[in-house]
Design a protein around this ligand. Structure first.
Ligand SMILES: Cc1ncc(COP(=O)(O)O)c(C=O)c1O
Length: 535
């Protein structure tokens, strides 16, 4: 596998990184302290004493749930999105610095308001007694009340009861209705019994990977750069990440020839590749796959008997000329003999798009062409968790089926949704333009998702110095950027990248005003950095 991926999660890494572990602990203590200062429940002196005793009693016991005695696969993964740059940002924030958090795609944490339609209906579903209140329609618009009644009448136990392990059947039907609308009549009906609601896409991805991976001899083809959920989960499962590199120069495109080469090379080494994962639109790379790209990918997967894992969490976040095409639609556009040979799992979420409800933890995955026994095994696995969280199931169904044009509430919903989308689109355009205007930086267009991933052409002196300090060169760049400007980002090494190239990922989520100010600061920092390390 690519050497630089060792920085992500796959390296033989024995023991926990002590520096990161201590920093995490210190961070956690600080957060707890800050909560107390903000008026969290007061802890009595006696309780505090007890707390201290607990700490002392257990410190130094190096067994059981101590990293030295834990499953090494549990200790090994790294997740740069909340790695050392983030931890340092929190420290600086504690010291009173203003921090612009651009390290994570968490829209509401940087000021995006929740859409009132979803939240109002959810509020009434959570408090059904309000529906009987004589003044309910003076607090909530009539269409909100109607939607809440419709949903509740289809959830027999309400939101406080476990549902079926796949989700509430009616809400799964609502997801199926969306899938059919999105993919058009040619793709045919969607089967709601093959839709599994999840507590966010991450949970679904982990479940499906755990269904496939049985040890280092199982390989999963993953894009590089990639969102580190995949590398981290494979690390936990002790599977093998088989990296296929996206081609930056041609807009982070993927090549079927490269896929074939890497697949053959790993098969020769005895790795059985079982699945091919792709992220469309891409994170961190922002590219969108065309119908033709997807069809080629599906033919390849069918021929090589690879399950296709389509991470489509950014399907609403498309800003360029290439529209979003779902893997399901592409698959069902192919002749029956090809289409039926390709097993597909598609993932979606309520964390991204224009809804950005990361904290509610909702999403789903849909299985296409998976056999009945396979479906039953996944259902059994889902049932061990009892059920996905009910409020998020409701919001998932609402997000995918907001009021349509002409229906009550559409204009209010659309005004909020479009304001967010239009701003993202403008930011996507000006951020990449401003990066390209910096000396020694090149940035592919941000065609989708919510990140820019500029390449930083670092001077040799900066690279040497970073290596001498045992740090990733782009990690040093991001750390110096943070120290100088308060902008928190993630180094490209956290996602994997071609050897000898260096990148940095920033979200485009802060307000437009903030983003413009931030890009100005970044440009000044960059000039100084390049001067400081000039060869
Ligand atoms: C590509 C990709 N997949 C999955 C996820 C996980 O999303 P969720 O919040 O639904 O677990 C993310 C989150 O950033 C992501 O970028």
């Amino acid at each position: 596998m690519g050497e630089n991926l060792g920085l992500v999660a796959q390296s033989a890494w024995s023991g926990v990184d002590p520096w990161l572990a201590v920093r995490s602990l210190v961070h956690w203590r600080r957060v707890s302290q800050a909560h107390k200062e903000e008026g969290e429940p007061v802890v009595s002196d006696a309780e505090k004493e007890g707390e201290g005793e607990h700490d002392n009693r257990f410190s130094g016991d190096e067994w059981g749930l101590h990293p030295s005695d834990m499953n090494p696969c549990f200790i090994r993964p790294q997740y740069a999105v909340r790695g050392d740059i983030y931890l340092r940002a929190v420290e600086l924030k504690d010291q009173g610095r203003e921090i612009t958090y651009c390290n994570i795609g968490n829209p509401q944490s940087v000021g995006q308001a929740p859409n009132k339609f979803y939240r109002n209906v959810l509020a009434l579903c959570l408090c059904p007694h309000l529906l009987d209140h004589p003044n309910v329609t003076s607090l909530y618009p009539e269409y909100v009340v109607t939607n809440a009644r419709r949903i509740l009448s289809n959830i027999p136990g309400g939101l406080g009861a476990y549902s079926d392990s796949r989700g509430v059947p009616y809400l799964c039907q609502q997801v199926a209705k969306y899938v059919e609308r999105r993919d058009g009549p040619d793709a045919g009906p969607a089967d709601y019994s093959r839709i599994f609601m999840t507590d966010g896409a991450s949970v679904g991805v982990k479940m499906i990977l755990s269904a496939l991976v049985s040890g280092p001899e199982t390989g999963i083809l993953c894009p590089v750069p990639q969102y580190p959920l995949y590398s981290a989960t494979l690390s936990i499962l002790d599977g093998t990440l088989v990296p296929y590199y996206l081609n930056e120069e041609s807009g982070w495109s993927l090549s079927i020839d490269d896929l074939q080469t890497i697949l053959d090379a790993y098969r020769k080494k005895g790795v059985q590749c079982k699945a091919l994962c792709f992220i469309n639109p891409g994170n961190p790379t922002g590219q969108c796959l065309s119908m033709a790209n997807l069809q080629a990918l599906i033919r390849f997967a069918a021929r090589e008997r690879l399950v296709l894992l389509a991470d489509e969490v950014y399907q609403e976040n498309v800003y360029g000329d290439v529209p979003f095409t779902s893997a399901r639609k592409a698959l069902l556009s192919l002749p029956r003999d090809v289409a039926s040979e390709c097993q597909l799992v598609s993932f979606h979420t309520i964390s991204k798009g224009t809804i950005g409800e990361c904290g509610l933890r909702g999403g789903y995955f849909e299985l296409t062409n998976v056999s009945e026994p396979g479906l039953a095994a996944i259902y059994k696995m889902a049932s061990i968790n009892l059920c996905p969280n009910l409020p998020a199931q409701v919001v998932t169904s609402l997000y995918l089926n907001p009021p349509q044009a002409g229906e009550p509430g559409h204009d209010e919903w659309a005004a909020e949704r479009n304001a967010i989308f239009d701003a993202l689109k403008r930011k996507a355009a000006f951020v990449s333009t401003l990066f390209n205007a910096m000396d020694g930086v090149s940035c592919q267009p941000v065609a989708g998702a919510m990140y820019a991933f500029p390449r930083i052409h670092l001077p040799k002196k900066a690279i040497k110095e970073a290596e001498a300090r045992g740090k990733a060169p782009d990690g040093v760049y991001c750390m110096e950027l943070l120290e100088a400007t308060g902008i928190a980002t993630v180094p490209g090494s956290g996602f994997g990248q071609k050897k000898g190239t260096f990148h940095c990922r920033t979200t485009i989520l802060p307000s437009e005003e903030k983003m413009r100010e931030m890009m100005q600061q970044w440009g000044e920092f960059h000039k100084d950095f390049m001067k400081k390390y000039a060869d």
